[in-house]
Write a protein that binds this ligand. Structure first.
Ligand code: ALL
Length: 326
């Protein structure tokens, strides 16, 4: 499988290095006649696993946005090495605050565990915008922080994928669900969307387990589900990384063409499988634009600190062989 981590990391370092001095008003004391260059705000994007194509696409979209608005802000791009590197993501928040960034745009790996670090960032005067995976509303309230969310309705997105699948199945068919991290709000919402679609179609979910967003874990779990429930007709994966693991498990079980797989994210590897008929559908949550939308919200607040931005709902669309052909 293609690993985009080294490329993303290289780009991240490049972007990080392009930051200007942290000393304010450079050049203003020289007495030179030229206007002192206005210092651009520095925005840190903090993502999750850079091994997941979803996030390298997100990084590329953010960098494209920055180069189109290069006079408005500087960008530092950060991510963690795998889906379970939660401690590193918390440390990144602290590091970005210590580096004196003006804003943090973050896709949190865990909806609750990141809140204390982000509260500290807010206390330090850093603007924080939450993208992709929503922070837990109760924990935010307990911690007394308000952080705008920019991202899709994950339940609705999963419902669209589930409805499309249900149309291809018959009532009383049996299926299994591979959930994302259970501590991630978007993972929970996708499970609920899948469940609602199956319930409405009279389809039974015989097993629903978390594979923590990961391909290899999904592969192991899907293999054991297939041997325990050989009657299942489909596997609904809450992201495409897990769908890849499920497809491999279906193949190893000799059930290609019998057990259908669906995912969520619209990564390139899954688009190819949709075209080959090995995955039925996924959801495009426009990862390339998600961070850019978050950055725009951060810029609004930086411009007007009194602004109290609303949550921004971003699009999520069903992707099938038919939509890919158009
Ligand atoms: C979520 C994203 C993606 C992704 C997952 C893995 O927050 O929305 O669906 O695959 O993180 O970290």
């Amino acid at each position: 499988m293609k690993r985009s981590f080294p490329l993303a990391l290289a780009i991240a370092l490049l972007v990080g290095c392009s930051s200007s001095s942290t000393t304010p008003n450079v050049g203003s004391s020289s007495g030179a006649e030229t206007e002192p260059e206005r210092e651009r705000p520095r925005i840190a994007l903090i993502m999750k696993s850079l091994a997941n194509e979803f996030f390298s696409t997100m990084a590329a979209g953010a960098m494209a946005h920055q180069s189109e608005h290069a006079d408005e802000y500087e960008l530092l791009v950060n991510g963690i090495k795998d889906e379970s590197d939660l401690g590193r993501q918390v440390a990144l928040v602290d590091e970005m605050v210590a580096a004196g960034v003006d804003a943090i745009v973050i896709a949190p790996a865990d909806s609750k565990a990141l809140v204390p670090a982000l509260r500290k960032a807010r206390k330090a005067g850093v603007v924080v915008v939450n993208i992709d995976n929503r922070l837990d509303a109760d924990v935010l309230q307990q911690e007394g922080v308000s952080i705008p969310f920019v991202g899709p309705d994950n339940k609705a997105g999963a419902k669209k994928v589930g409805d499309f699948l249900a149309n291809k199945l018959a009532a009383a068919d049996k299926v299994a669900v591979l959930e994302g991290k259970t501590t991630a709000f978007n993972g929970v919402q996708r499970r609920l969307g899948f469940e609602q679609a199956m319930k409405e179609a009279g389809i039974e979910i015989v097993s629903s387990q978390s594979a923590d967003w990961e391909t290899s874990k999904a592969n192991t779990i899907a293999a054991s589900i297939l041997s325990e429930h050989p009657e299942i007709k489909a596997i609904l994966a809450a992201n495409d990384s897990m769908a890849l693991g499920a497809v491999a498990a279906v193949k190893s079980a000799g059930k290609a063409g019998e057990v259908v797989v669906v995912g969520f994210d619209n990564i390139k590897a899954v688009q190819a499988l949709i075209r080959e008929g090995k995955v039925l559908a996924t959801a495009d949550q426009h990862g390339d634009q998600l961070a850019a939308f978050g950055i725009e919200t951060a810029l609004k607040v930086l411009e007007n600190p009194e602004a109290n931005p609303e949550h921004v709902e971003t699009p999520v669309d069903l992707v099938t062989a038919e939509t890919l052909a158009n």
